[in-house]
Design a protein around this ligand. Structure first.
Ligand code: ATP
Length: 229
């Protein structure tokens, strides 16, 4: 579904990614791990066209999107759950969710289906978004992405700042999306939790992929877990 080949991405003259290869299949959950400043967010920004790759290629569903406009990439069916969630604080939850609605080539989720995933969300619809807790904001951000009919969802540190119980809820949500046939690429600091739920993982360091493989195998590598924790 997503295929990245040898991308090199820069911020001005500063090179952040050096020939990154990565793929995500249909209905596959993939973790992107690594220390601070490794380039994880830059991979997501490159896919979304926010900081387009200068070299290399990114294909989604067989079409090249390397230098496509972010709005076209979104319409192609790539959903984004940013690390700061980007919920409009002055708007009601209902409006924040509605802003995510669009038609793509993939299955669009109805509001009812989103409430099936996050029952609490239905009771928050008329709340001002500025009063939401971190966990509630995360539900709105994921719900908004699903209403946009994604074939692939990019999640940037979705469990950041959440209580341990909510971290597990986020992991269950990732498993659910995968089971629905949606591809998931998740940047996570909760390495063990992410590896426990994902199918495969990539470890990135200094803008390069230094390890990749089945999540199960990486979970058994105590040294790697020690380095990333
Ligand atoms: P973290 O876990 O801390 O978010 P990360 O792995 O997501 O880290 P990136 O945010 O992708 O890492 O950063 C990769 C490199 O690019 C770092 O050296 C960072 O300083 C640099 N960088 C990121 N954003 C910018 C920017 N807007 N301008 C210049 N350099 C940047």
């Amino acid at each position: 579904m997503l295929e990245i080949q040898g991308i090199e991405t820069f911020y001005g003259e500063t090179q952040a990614l050096f020939g990154v290869d990565l793929s995500v299949g249909k209905g596959e959950a993939v973790a992107l791990l690594g220390p601070n400043g490794a380039g994880k967010t830059t991979v997501l920004r490159s896919i979304l066209g926010l900081t387009p790759a200068r070299r290399g290629a990114i294909r989604f569903g067989g079409s090249e999107i390397t230098r496509a406009a972010t709005s076209d990439i979104a319409r192609a069916g790539i959903g984004w759950v940013p690390d700061d969630r980007r919920i409009f604080p002055a708007l009601k939850v209902r409006t924040n969710l509605q802003l995510g609605k669009k038609k793509t080539a993939f299955r669009s989720w109805s509001e009812k289906e989103v409430f099936g995933l996050f029952p609490a969300l239905e009771y928050l619809l008329d709340r001002d978004s500025e009063n939401l807790s971190g966990g509630e904001m995360q539900m709105v951000a994921i719900g908004r992405a699903l209403l946009g009919g994604p074939g692939l969802v990019l999640l940037d540190e979705p469990s950041q700042g959440l209580a341990p119980k909510l971290v597990q809820d986020v992991m269950k949500t990732i498993a659910r999306l995968r089971d629905e046939g949606i591809g998931v690429l998740v940047v996570e600091q909760n390495v063990r939790s992410a590896l426990a739920v994902c199918d495969r993982a990539y470890v990135i360091r200094g803008g390069r992929v230094v390890r990749h493989g089945p999540a199960k195998a990486l979970l058994e590598d105590a040294r790697l877990l020690g380095e990333l924790s």
